[in-house]
Design a protein. Structure first.
Length: 143
């Protein structure tokens, strides 16, 4: 059961992170920041501000940043037992394709995905050239 949870969690992680970050996608229209998904909503005022502080911000921290960090902690804790069948069954999805000393690489790849998603969502108003340059710099950094 644990292996199924891990696989599902890591498959839906980028999508949930993207939807969480969409809450902060607020380009400027006629001198006001408006929510990209619903231009009737003024960003960081009233209900949007409360939801950003209570729901979207903590969701991004817990889900977007916390899930890969927790996976890294689990893998680090079990690094001496990664070859055992029990650990492979539960968490093998996270490290099986990597060398033994690179067991931690999947959470790092998840953080790279978070950065790329953030660039595509939050920096959309700044244009594709800025986004492309930052994506290129991110990919070079993670080589």
């Amino acid at each position: 059961m644990m292996a199924t949870y891990v696989v599902i969690l890591f498959l839906i992680h980028p999508t949930v992170t993207k939807y969480t970050l969409n809450f902060f996608n607020c380009p400027e229209y006629d001198g006001e920041q408006r929510l990209f998904k619903d231009l009737k909503v003024r960003c960081y005022q009233g209900l949007h501000l409360r939801l950003a502080l209570i729901l979207a911000g903590p969701s991004f921290v817990v889900w977007g940043l916390g899930i890969p960090f927790y996976a890294l902690l689990i893998l680090r804790k079990m690094r001496d037992r990664l070859g055992s069948q029990e650990v492979k069954t539960k968490f093998g999805f996270l490290y099986t394709g990597y060398k033994d000393n690179s067991y931690f690489w999947e959470p790092i790849i998840m953080y790279r995905k978070i950065i790329l998603i953030s660039i595509s969502v939050v920096l959309r108003p700044y244009g594709t050239v800025i986004q492309a340059m930052l994506v290129f710099a991110t990919l070079i950094f993670f080589l």
